[in-house]
Design a protein around this ligand. Sequence first.
Ligand code: ADP
Length: 497
Amino acid sequence: MPQYILGVDEGTTSARAFVMDEDTNVLGFGQAELTQLYPRPGWLEHDPMQILNTQLEVMRAALRTAGIRPEQLSAVGLTNQRESALVWDKATGRPIYNLIVWASRHSDEIVAQWVASGFGDLIMERTGLVPDAFYAASKIRWILDAVPGAQERAERGELLAGTVDSWLIWNLTGRTSFCTEPSNASQTMMMNLATCEWDDDLLAHMRIPRSMLPEIVASDAEFGSIDATFGAAVPITAVLGDQQAGLFGQAALHPGQVKMTYGTAGVLNINNGPNAFRPQGLTPSAAWNIGGQLCYETEGVVYAMGKTMQWLRDDLQLIHAAPDSEWYAGQVSSTEGVYLVPAFTGLAAPTWDPSARAVLVGMSNATNRLHVIRAAVESMVFQTRDLVDAAVLGSGFDIPELRVDGGAVKNDLLCQLQADILGVPVARPQNSEATIFGAMLLAGLSAGVYGSLDEVEAKWVVDRMFEPQISRDQADSMYAGWTAARQLTRGWTNQVA
Ligand code: ADP
């Protein structure tokens, strides 16, 4: 009898669901857009009821297109946008305010106060995170301040708070299960990184009652069964935040294994095994708790990856579509010393400089648009090396290869240049949907569809390996040019203000 797994991906822009069989063949798919609410510049919210309803809709659509009935499913795996937070009424199930999305700046002032009072140091020590409005804690604090009577109600035990995984689990299980797991909890700024439990000292200072938070269980726990409204009691057996799900979906299960996602932004995740490293400029986090084993990771985000291709296309109008970049960039064998550092909105990991702005340098009379397009492709590669070097420096791991995913990795030239600049092979898997694939694989492991982690690892199949083709000296001299160019972006808005 074939076994089927449902994957649920609650993303920032859309809700998605996949049905696959145990051989990872995707049989059905559903997707629906989420309405982005912008109550003020810099603020971003989602309607939590819409999140729930669209998620159910796409789950049903995935089953329908697969021709599978709910009772035929062995397990459900959930992955979700992290850091976004909401607060809801335990009795009515109604949110008291919209979901505040990770990118939103509602709680900048709260975090500034925490830092000014010296509390930021304790946050960093306990969570490993640099205090920021990005993480869930200050968003929950903001909602409790903004909604009249909410703090008192929270203290009386009438309200629940959490990231979007706990909201979905609570609803999908008919309000019987209120939990989260370490990959989500470690991005809230309330979890103690060493113990993977809520940190009571932090909660006391933040005035967030522990009783309103979900229990932190294992990532492969029994999260409860999707209740009868779905048509059958199907167990949710895996939950992972999106980037950790991507790491798992890339079968980067051993210390030192690393994945890079080349989407609009870029995200690197490196498996740290049982040790929580804190490399300079990167973010330490729990990767997962599977089979009772805690695994840590560090991650680094860069703001402009594929985004730079969109800029070439929409703003400079040098290309018609992002994939054209490969052909144009391939018409010249080098940029002839031209570098584009796409610090359009500042530099993220590992440099962290919000006042940086983009530069295009090194041009001569012979520079043409082909060189600029190639420099844009190379900017993805150099930014990735920045992250990998920081990860290696902070952990001591030798990186065996870079496993890549995201929309831009269809670009063969990008993958080849990446292998050249890093000096390690770049492995592009057949399955480019690492995130939802990771959630489904873990759900299958947890439900016994797969017997072991080795069996899961075997589901990761390479599409193409790109081997380094230039000397280390050549790579290092190209990279030296990049680091000099990157330096030029630093502090720009301070200089011209
Ligand atoms: P996200 O999920 O972050 O929206 P995707 O993983 O779908 O992003 O990737 C889309 C991004 O990849 C876009 O920014 C696009 O410009 C870029 N992209 C897509 N195809 C290519 C390509 N062949 N070469 C370079 N960049 C590409």
